[in-house]
Design a protein around this ligand. Structure first.
Ligand SMILES: [Zn+2]
Length: 557
């Protein structure tokens, strides 16, 4: 469903053109151009998409490990929002749609690259709920560098048993199954039925509803997701899995925690996954209840690093702390936790609960989830640990292009959306200077936008409202510009002069400084302001290092 924001998208886009591009003009980068017709088909709400609202999928997939092929059908149920007769369904080559039917009648369709335009038997009536059955088959793209360059991974475990997994963020779910491959409209619920050899097991999203045994040496596993889910979160994982589980007593009652790992890794997993309950403590404290109690929480071992697949978070961090054993922050704190468990689960709140309506706003997923790592540290190791971690991540920021991408063409912003996004949020926490307000803002976001798709404007406005101040210039600076704002200051005639340089028009970030040993908050703008000082032999000023800003004494005195 998650259609709530759709109507205002166009307005938001115009506003961004109106306000954002005046900012952009002042910059040294040009907005990326050269997008193709296929980019528009993928990234925009075409007229063949906008007239219908997804309500339910039943996706059935037969996985043939011998020849790395799949086949199946997807029952696409939708509600008609306005009369129309052509529907867009996406599926990328070399996968192909072999037949489409409605009420048993075969339908005509036309392929345009990654999109299929299917002509329905009659014009659809507003309010009706209808179904299509889309049959498909082929050898799906093999993932080159999963999860980033996704597709299917066909491999084996150390015992020589098949180990198969899908990953498709970015490239899209339509790399292997036919669906409405645009994030603005999430399906309300989903049944995924996966057929594979009966000596293995499939683990997908949500809860296992049943298993069918067949005469031909295969089984079909039926997994049901009762909550809205983004298409990139849907996944198949087939292996020689063993299961263990536990229960978590959380804010919304008892949450089932289920773990599926390769037989050879059971003991390592039992040790490493002890991090899950303390993680839930930290995340529920900061973000509110886990958003999918009905569907449970799972960690599923996969042959790649990991991904935030909703209610079946996939794990491939080799049962060690850090990011494949490394501390991305260089502060030492990154080795206190398993990066993939913490980061990918953080996405259950920011990516799966609150989902971008356009991938250009992907910072909502990665910025907040990057920050969830430091909030985990904050909860268990204190504020100093969190501060050092966030500051350490700054070394990875490029500042070469903005965090927000180009709308309507399936374009992600800069990979700075992780570390710089986290530093923006850490800076806002300093501005709040009130952790109960900060916590209430994070929990409030998860309440206000519960199970919805959103634009960055909605997130920005919500935070401004909570803070009771206009943070538009602050968001413009960190999301739409590449410059690090710099507190320019000077001491002259027993006066401190200060202003923001390297900043967008109207930049108004309050900032905490230590001036001659005393802490105070300045309210700089882009014009000079002054503070009268007592006569002194020398003056010192330093900016609180938790702000992601620069500072520069223009006179060097
Ligand atoms: Zn992430």
């Amino acid at each position: 469903m998650k259609l709530k924001t759709f109507r205002i998208l166009a307005v938001v886009f115009l506003l961004i053109i109106a306000s954002g591009f005046s900012v952009v003009n002042a910059q040294i980068f040009a907005p990326q151009t050269g997008f193709t017709h296929q980019d528009s088909l993928r990234g925009s709400i075409t007229k063949e998409r906008e007239w219908w609202d997804l309500t339910y999928y039943h996706l059935t997939v037969e996985v043939n490990i011998q020849d790395s092929s799949i086949s199946g059908w997807n029952v696409v149920q939708y509600k008609v929002l306005k009369p129309y007769q052509i529907i867009q369904i996406d599926l990328q080559p070399p996968m192909d749609i072999t037949k489409v039917t409605q009420n048993g009648e075969a339908l005509d369709y036309r392929r345009d690259g990654n999109a299929f335009f299917i002509t329905l038997t009659k014009k659809q009536k507003t309010g009706d709920v209808n179904e299509l059955v889309v049959q498909f088959s082929g050898k799906p793209k093999v993932a080159v560098r999963p999860p980033w360059d996704g597709g299917f991974t066909w491999t084996q475990d150390s015992n020589g048993r098949p180990f198969v997994a899908t990953s498709n963020q970015g490239i899209g779910a339509s790399i292997w199954w036919p669906n409405k491959d645009h994030p603005y409209d999430e399906v309300d619920s989903l049944l995924i039925s996966v057929n594979a050899p009966d000596s293995l097991m499939d683990v997908s999203n949500g809860r296992l509803r049943g298993v069918d045994e067949h005469q031909n040496g295969t089984k079909t596993w039926h997994w049901f997701v009762s909550n809205p889910i983004n298409s990139y979160g849907v996944n198949i994982n087939i292996g020689d899995y063993v299961h263990f589980g536990e229960e978590y007593e959380g804010e919304k009652g008892t949450l089932d925690l289920d773990y599926y790992v390769l037989r050879e890794n059971l003991e390592k997993a039992k040790e490493q996954f002890r991090q899950v309950k303390p993680m839930m403590d930290a995340f529920e404290y900061w973000f509110g209840p886990y958003p999918f109690y009905e569907d449970g929480f799972k960690l599923v071992e996969v042959p790649y690093l990991g991904m935030e697949h909703q209610s079946s978070v996939t794990y491939g961090n080799k049962y060690q702390n850090g990011y494949l054993g490394r501390d991305l922050s260089g502060s030492g704190w990154g080795l206190k936790f398993d990066f993939i468990i913490i980061h990918e689960t953080g996405h259950e709140w920011f990516a799966n609960n609150i989902t971008y309506a356009d991938v250009a706003d992907m910072w909502i997923h990665e910025g907040f989830t990057n920050y969830s790592e430091s909030l985990y540290l904050d909860y268990h190791y204190g504020e100093r640990a969190a501060n050092e971690y966030v500051q350490g991540l700054r070394l990875g920021i490029q500042n070469s292009s903005p965090l927000i991408g180009v709308y309507g063409v399936h374009h992600e912003g800069s990979s700075d959306m992780y570390n710089k996004g986290g530093n923006l949020l850490h800076t806002l926490r300093q501005v709040a200077d009130n952790d109960s307000l900060w916590r209430e803002t994070l929990r409030g976001l998860n309440r206000e936008f519960y199970h919805q798709t959103v634009t960055t404007a909605q997130i920005e406005n919500y935070i401004s409202d909570k803070f009771g101040m206009n943070l538009d210039p602050v968001f413009d600076q960190y999301l739409r510009d590449i410059r690090i704002p710099t507190l320019e200051y000077a001491f002259r005639n027993n006066t401190l002069l200060y202003r923001w340089g390297n900043a967008v028009d109207g930049f108004n970030l309050p900032v905490d400084v230590t001036l001659n040993g005393e802490n105070l908050r300045l309210q700089p703008g882009t014009g000079w302001k002054t503070v009268a000082l007592e006569s002194n032999e020398s003056y010192t000023l330093s900016v609180d290092p938790n702000y992601y800003v620069g500072s520069f004494n223009l006179l060097g005195n």
